[in-house]
Design a protein around this ligand. Sequence first.
Ligand SMILES: O=C(O)C1=N[C@H](C(=O)O)C[C@H](O)C1
Length: 299
Amino acid sequence: MGRSKLSSGVHVPLITPFTASGEVDVASLETLAHELLAGGAAGLVALGTTAEVATLTADEKARIVDAVAGVCREHGAPLMVGAGNNDTAASVEALIALKAVPEAVAALTLVPYFTRPSEAGVIAHFTELAAASPVPIVIYHIPYRTGQDLSASALGRLGRLPGIAGVKYATGGITGETVELMADLPDDFAVMAGDDAFFSPLLAMGAHGGILASAHLAVGSFAELVRAWHSGDAVTAAALGHRLSRLSAALFTEPNPAVIKGVLHAQGRIPSAGLRLPLLPAGPEAVAGALSAFEDLAP
Ligand SMILES: O=C(O)C1=N[C@H](C(=O)O)C[C@H](O)C1
């Protein structure tokens, strides 16, 4: 099985806390980042989908990356930064800008969305990006958001490109394509689960770790799940995986990260559950359901 130099374990794609007046709350972000690394996260991801990145200005993105990089530096933890869009030239520029972030060990880069190029076009896109990027790229494959499907063989070809470290695999399920991919992984290519509810089954199939918004809650249990599968303790892993999948399902009953923010706010971990439009705050039933799933995790 191919193995990447990316740290295995759970990497948390951070939410962006906002103040009551809607500004980025950098102090709360730093506190959360410290808590997650102290609680067992293998690393942090800045500017993922969960960060509501589409609504952030360039200045806000820079302040967020700077703050999260500072926390990673203190903990000696790896930082992944979301960079790139559906324009190859603009994505090259965004990746080159990561030279200014020495803590960044990888870029999380979306499969080009909306345009729907051929698979050969996607491969040409990532070939240019990987050649220009100062850090290895983790391909963010989420076809139900990007509108761009990719076969297992195309992902395998991408994984064999120099400069591609892995894939955040979020296809909304486990299919024959998943089986084909996992059965023939390129060397040094990490499959990171990106659909929270499928984390445990993907680990059982050989995934390296996960990039999971759910790990804002119960990060230690998610880390324990990786240890259990990777050490071959399938009995512990399967039971824990089932409990965590119920938590993840409860956290995704409304568009991410509305419920996660609602729960963090209810737990007093962020001062406001506010989101930016077009996302709306989670309803009280969704937050109560997720809090109850969280409480059910306790042994
Ligand atoms: O921001 C991310 O990275 C993640 N985004 C996914 C989504 O919102 O669809 C969920 C996943 O947990 C991490």
